[in-house]
Design a protein. Structure first.
Length: 151
């Protein structure tokens, strides 16, 4: 299981000790079911996205039927809604960074295709200015005196 998930056996034992997975024991060996594999996939995905073990446990407790009262379910739902908002912000950030890196890779590719270019001019002022224009109000760049007056 550790090899399949690209984790250490110690990591599996850690999640077992924390009560997040429950492998069977057969002749002293841990045996992981399809259910445990799916739980580990979700746990690891949550960790990659920055969820705490408490966040992960809050979700798994509901799936496991450990949370049954209306009040507790609604309280957890409120927490999940905040996590959803946080994920939306992360998704937007990932989209922006992905777009920026894709553009940068294309510029590097264009640069690398022309051996006559000087390495010192790759990151020139025009490229920097273009990125700034994307994220700031364009009239700040077009009218320096007017922009200075607004500040």
């Amino acid at each position: 299981m550790a090899d399949m998930l690209d984790v250490t056996p110690r990591a599996l034992r850690f999640y077992e000790d924390k009560g997040l997975i429950y492998p069977q024991r057969i002749k002293g060996q841990r045996v992981y079911s399809v259910r445990e594999r799916a739980r580990m996939d979700n746990i690891l995905r949550g960790k990659r996205l920055g969820f705490t073990l408490d966040d992960i446990r809050a979700v798994l407790d509901i799936y496991d039927g450990k949370v049954t009262t209306r009040e507790e379910l609604l309280a957890r739902k409120e927490g999940f809604e905040q996590l959803l908002k946080d994920l939306t912000v992360k998704r937007d950030d990932i989209d922006i960074v992905t777009e920026n890196l894709t553009s940068l890779c294309a510029r590097i590719e264009d640069y690398a295709a022309d051996p006559a270019r000087d390495a010192g001019t790759f990151m020139n002022a025009d490229a920097y200015n273009a990125v700034l224009r994307r994220y700031m109000d364009d009239d700040l760049f077009d009218e320096p005196a007017a922009a200075a007056a607004r500040i």
